[in-house]
Ligand binder design. Structure first.
Ligand SMILES: [Mg+2]
Length: 268
């Protein structure tokens, strides 16, 4: 399978995007009341949020580094601490989802497994405080995102399509200041092909007239292609390891790989 960097900036074989069935017309942006009204005449662009619109995983990584340091002070090897947490997360995310609360519980469970009772009791309050802060950190919108959304929203219908804890995700959307560019915000528990098919039905669009844009091979690329959407993969260097996956063959006709979000306006 090709590496992400090998596909960067690759253009689709046909060199064209599918054209919308109806005429295009400008859409009002946030300056016209902060909400988008009416039916889109262009494509529907489903857009991922974490590590696509704003920095996210770097904040979780900072907590994991602190967790490893705290355990190392108790005599636990850092690599073991990290591997144990990943194993717990791999299991717990399947049943408990992706929010901060579940991350916090996974860290607690790892502390209890690896440190003695006394050490875990001392470490866990620090972990809890760091996780609590995860819900309050400043939002860092990725360079070029807002003007790109502004341009795209004039020509297409934008749907923010994110997975995770409903309250966590909606809070980040609100704090990002980007909500006004989106026709709708969908928060789903998991981005499997069925979730994409349901989204197409919910928004009354076809896969041919829809694209998914995001940084995660596992959540944004593979299942969206399986559901019939086109996909724009915009890799992020800090993508969570559990979101990595093999990419489809480079010749896939509906996969476009870009280096930066801002390059979307060259295509859409
Ligand atoms: Mg993402």
């Amino acid at each position: 399978m090709p590496a992400a960097r090998d596909l960067a900036a690759r253009r689709p074989l046909n060199g064209k995007l599918p054209q919308p069935s109806g005429p295009r017309s400008p859409r009002p942006g946030p300056e016209a009341g902060g909400r988008l009204h009416g039916r889109a005449s262009g494509l529907t662009l489903f857009i991922d949020a974490d590590d696509t619109l704003w920095e996210n995983n770097i904040h979780f990584e900072a907590v994991i580094r602190d967790y490893c340091s705290l355990l190392e002070a108790s005599g636990v090897d850092g690599a073991t601490a990290r591997a144990t947490l990943l194993g717990i997360e791999r299991v717990r995310t399947k049943t408990h989802g992706y929010g901060v609360a579940n991350f916090n519980q996974s860290l607690r469970e790892a502390c209890r497994r690896l440190a003695g009772d006394d050490a875990a009791a001392a470490i866990i309050p620090h972990i809890d405080a760091r996780c609590d802060a995860l819900r309050r950190h400043d939002m860092e919108v990725i360079d070029g995102v807002e003007p790109t959304l502004e341009a795209l929203a004039r020509r297409h219908r934008l749907v923010l399509f994110t997975k995770g804890d409903e309250a966590d995700q909606r809070d980040k959307v609100a704090r990002s200041g980007l909500a006004g560019w989106f026709h709708a915000v969908d928060v789903v528990k998991e981005k499997h092909p069925e979730a994409y098919r349901e989204a197409l039905i919910r928004h009354g669009v076809t896969g041919r007239a829809s694209w998914m844009i995001g940084n995660s091979p596992r959540s944004d690329v593979t299942p969206a292609l399986a559901a019939g959407l086109g996909v724009v993969f915009v890799p992020h260097p800090a993508t969570w390891v559990l979101e990595l996956d093999a990419l489809p063959d480079a010749t896939h006709p509906r996969l476009l790989v870009l280096e930066r979000f801002a390059q979307l306006t060259d295509w859409f």
